[in-house]
Design a protein around this ligand. Sequence first.
Ligand SMILES: NC(=O)c1ccc[n+]([C@@H]2O[C@H](COP(=O)([O-])OP(=O)(O)OC[C@H]3O[C@@H](n4cnc5c(N)ncnc54)[C@H](O)[C@@H]3O)[C@@H](O)[C@H]2O)c1
Length: 251
Amino acid sequence: MGRLDGKVAIVTGGGSGFGAGISKAFADEGAKVLVCDINETGGEATVKHNQSSLAFHKMDVTKAADWESTVKTAIEKFGKADVLVNNAGTSYRNKPTVTVTEDEFQKTFDVNVKGVFLGCNAWVQQAIDKKEGGVIINIASVGATRPRPGLVWYNASKGAIWNATKGLAAEYGPHQIRVVSICPLVTGTGLFSHFTGMDDTPENREKFIFNVPMGRIGEVDDVTSACVFMASSDAKFITGVNLEVDGGRCI
Ligand SMILES: NC(=O)c1ccc[n+]([C@@H]2O[C@H](COP(=O)([O-])OP(=O)(O)OC[C@H]3O[C@@H](n4cnc5c(N)ncnc54)[C@H](O)[C@@H]3O)[C@@H](O)[C@H]2O)c1
């Protein structure tokens, strides 16, 4: 028995890092997953993990039409779409904030905030109509509440998600739709160099552990196991929570 038997999830950014890990972990726990990414090569690689439970769908989270086809595809392929994981994200490279360009700012907010806005718009009504509840998991960041220099507008985009998670939970709770966010610590995914402004090397990873009580940076499975829990019925009365998965960094 898997903890997600019978569930169907849409996971954005499923071609790399956390999204690939979440997709695979959900499949291992019995879910069917539409692995969504703008990057076809990455998405197809994730699907190889379990081709009977994972299917790739190329889409761009910043495009409303892509979201419509995403929800439609999940329902056509797997019969429903009861979990939405808004994980796709981006950032400019860590640098003095007044040098962030308008294009970098726009892209960060388009992917990290507008992408979640469009995803919720496309997914929520069918969940309400189905009357079986559902779960939205947004991947925010420790930077949502504990911003650090050099990533101000990235952190602000995650602050918006932190806030929207609570607002959505309050609004859609009566439909038994739970909305939570996971707030990861810096982790060695494709975005490591953007967040730190450094190459992803063992020496550079060591530079980010001094203020983490548990003495290490994040690992992908720290986040995937929190997502499995949040998507499962074990979390059936948890909503509006922004869960830090950070070894105590935000204390
Ligand atoms: N890695 C960290 O240290 C860290 C910490 C906190 C939060 N996060 C958040 O975790 C999430 C996942 O990031 P990651 O660290 O796994 O990075 P990653 O770069 O490894 O993966 C991000 C994925 O999102 C996809 N993507 C980007 N723009 C897209 C778009 N417009 N449409 C569809 N897909 C798109 C990329 O192709 C990529 O596969 C992001 O929201 C990120 O902000 C990461």
